[in-house]
Design a protein around this ligand. Sequence first.
Ligand code: ZN
Length: 506
Amino acid sequence: MSYAGLMETIGQVNDLLNTQSILNWDARTMMPHGGHATRGKQLATLSVMTRDLLVSDKLRHQLDAAESEVAGKPAGAVERVMVEQVRAALDYHLAIPADLTRRRAELGSNGHAIWAKARAESDFSQFVPILEETVALNREMAEAIGYSEHPYDALMFRFEPGETVATLKPLFARLREALLPLVKAIAQKPEPRLDFLKRTYPVDKQHQFALKMAEKIGYDLNRGRLDTTLHPFEVSFTRNDVRITTRFNPTWMTASLFGALHEAGHGVYEQGVDPAYTRTPFATDLVGLYAVGGVSFGAHESQSRLWENHVGRARAFWEVNFAEAQAFYPEQLGDVSVEEFYRGINRVQPGLIRVEADELTYDFHVMLRTDIEAALIDGSLKVKDLPEAWNGKIKEYLGLDVPNDANGVLQDVHWSSGQIGTFCNYTIGNVMAGQLFAAASADATIAAGLASGNYDPLHAYMVENVHQHGRRYSRDELLVRATGRTLDPEPYIAHLTHKYSELYGL
Ligand code: ZN
């Protein structure tokens, strides 16, 4: 019964992690401001309890016994993979001294206020001391975790296992080589019509419309709900309760629409995990200590980007659904053609802010941050020289001058939480989405569905090839099973080149 005992303990770890997620969701959507201090304590308590349970003597005994119990099973058998994943996670946590974890948590809780003030006053110098500490601490973390080539590899492991500075280098070089000429050529072209996007769209109608579109792509409202936040996100408390949020701007309807499609894309991933994996390692990130069924941050992002960009921003989607949008918003869209709408929602405009970037320029924001983080961690870039490095890259990639630090190096919240190593997953997600979408849409039934507004066949393909497996297979194993290849940027590049050449007459 040792394997069963281990699984029950992992189930309890999963329960504790899901409880933290619920408290986090509540803090970001419903909680009055005054609740912050005590909520922070509650979360810290649960987080300590979770780690303690994972490294407890009880779990270690159960794990030892479970290993002998499943040793006779063939490699790759579900029970064996689950036990191997628990062992790998245990080794990971035991390698990091508890004191280091505590210091990083403290840094994270102090960092946010300092960053917020520095950003409000657009003064990078206020953020320098704590960022220097963050870099030093993450470097210590990398040494504790271990790596073979670059210390940054150890930090990415938690978010995108297997990805390294060495694997990212050729990927980024290929993306830059293919996409920079497109961005430069589009800058010379006239703007599409945009006036209708800035009309007044009542927030309650936006909410209804966003939900309608999310349901269309397979987001199950019986196990989901949509709420309002400044920064959209998706969070799940098992596959049975998967929530999303979006932001509503009364004079920019596309923010809520594509925000909801993006988060619903994350949501259908979690809703699609095999029910047999609930409360198991395949629905629990035991390394990052987060209750999630998606196998990596990049794999998760592939699903949100696929539904947001490859489906929701496609001409075929609006050829079928624009009449419904017009009926919903007769005053705002009555004088707009489907072609104008399609061109408006796909406008390319290089900008300074990552979260506002369009489909074509987004990856440049990611490459810039990833390269900078790696250089900070290996010491080839000093924190004090960061603004200069940042502004130089923005000029090189997007041709823009950065007027101040608030719109440059201080714009992202990530570093203030003490965390380094999270950025590459956005681009990995784009690349993986391109690869999966190309493979899926080669199927005649799926292609016919996309053309006629039936998204069930594509949804079923993603459940079959990605969602149902939870964390059983690695990202690249999923890709090989679905497309025959590991991560490959060519389908994504072909998608962008074809789409934007046609849109801008290149
Ligand atoms: Zn996302």
